[in-house]
Ligand binder design. Structure first.
Ligand code: DGJ
Length: 377
């Protein structure tokens, strides 16, 4: 597959671009893009840097939808003032601002009150109910990261408006399918047992929708020490109580999952706040089966910051999606966080290359999809 992807050498300025960060700054109509350009600001149809952080991409009826955290300027942008924003595209290079799909609430008693924390929203479509289902990591206003909840919203249209349903700590009263006797005994660091009755913590999260229509919720749990992979109900709105613990004590964050050649592949990070660390990868024969850790899949160096695999090019994974009609082309999405000026977080999108037993993600400053039509405007 790699040979089909045209990687172009770095020609653009390394200093970033003049694309404004918000609609209040003057923007010029951007030229249509014909390739991915990593790390630089990525203008939407209004010429404003795409405000969709910690996001994910859904393909539906010929259109891609990119959902992400709408950030505001400064450190204040690390909490939610606006909500989840959506952008749409038919070619993956050029994105139209489709507005706020899920707004924060002006009601201070709401779970999603303005100034709560909304992170890593992911949307999947339920063929049976014909609903778009969004899950996201939610922290309650003024409580830091202590709530550790996951939350769900639903819509009839991909761009929303999404109706907020509820938030929870999942799998209350259920032991994981791979629980051991020791896991069930109280102990000072046994967070699984501590949270058995009230529900398990859920922070960094993603969703994975399998070919058979089953959906899974993957989240950092147990004080961020252990990932939980949980099966969702048929309508994707709740948890069935079937879940597994993965990599106990290894502190994985930023999970992203894809399927390739009948196996499940995970990309994730370590746990170091907004600062980058080394990416991780893993493989399994089934979502609720046993997962095997592989190595760091990243290769190369990002010339904008001179960061290589040990810092994931300065980024942190957020999602993997398949290019429509190209079952072998999977794109990994990363955020370069900018906690001092949250709105200026940058995006890295790179193709995944598989071998028999592993995958790799090679840095490219610019690259094109195979067979991308050249735009002439
Ligand atoms: C790393 C996570 O991946 C982000 O989503 C965010 O929660 C930051 N930590 C907060 O420090």
């Amino acid at each position: 597959m790699k040979s089909e992807i045209i990687v172009i050498s770095l020609t653009a300025t390394l200093a970033g671009s003049l694309t404004p960060l918000s609609a209040s700054e003057p923007a010029t109509q951007p030229a249509l893009r014909t390739q991915f350009i990593n790390h630089e600001r990525w203008p939407d149809n209004n010429g404003v840097h795409i405000n969709a952080h910690g996001g994910g991409v859904l393909f539906h009826d010929g259109t891609y939808y990119w959902f992400g955290e709408h950030k505001i300027a400064g450190e204040a942008g690390n909490i939610a003032h606006v909500g989840v924003r959506c952008f749409s595209s038919t070619d993956l290079y050029n994105w139209t601002d489709a507005g706020v799909a899920l707004p924060v609430s002006e009601d201070p008693t709401s779970d999603i009150a303005k100034e709560c924390i909304i992170e890593r929203p992911k949307v999947i479509y339920n063929q049976q109910t014909k609903k778009f289902v969004m899950w996201f990591h939610l922290e309650l206003k003024g409580q830091g990261y202590s709530a550790a909840r996951t939350a769900v919203a639903v819509a009839d249209q991909p761009t929303g408006p999404f109706k907020y349903l509820h938030s929870l700590r999942p799998n209350a009263g259920a032991w994981p399918l791979n629980v051991t006797e020791a896991d069930q005994q109280p102990g000072p660091k046994n967070f699984l047992q501590r949270d058995f009755a009230g529900g398990q913590m859920a922070r960094d999260m993603t969703l994975f929708l399998d070919d058979d229509g089953k959906a899974y919720h993957i989240a950092s749990s147990e004080e961020n020490e252990t990932l939980h992979i949980s099966e969702l109900s048929e309508d994707y709105l709740s948890f069935t109580g079937r879940y597994i613990r993965v990599f106990p004590g290894k502190s994985h964050e930023a999970p992203a999952i894809c399927k390739h050649n009948g196996r499940y592949w995970m990309l994730s990070s370590g746990c170091s706040g907004w600062a980058p660390n080394a990416a991780r990868s893993a493989v399994a024969d089934s979502m609720l089966g046993s997962w095997t850790e592989l190595g760091n899949p990243c290769v190369g160096t990002n010339p904008h910051n001179n960061l290589g695999p040990d810092k994931t090019f300065g980024g942190q994974s957020t999602h993997i999606f398949q290019v429509a009609g190209q079952s072998k082309l999977l794109i990994a999405m990363f955020d370069i966080w900018s906690p001092e000026d949250a709105i200026d977080g940058r995006h890295i999108w790179l193709p995944i290359t598989f071998t028999e037993d592993a995958f790799k993600i090679e840095w490219a400053s610019e690259w094109k999809l195979p067979g991308t039509p050249q735009t002439s405007e």
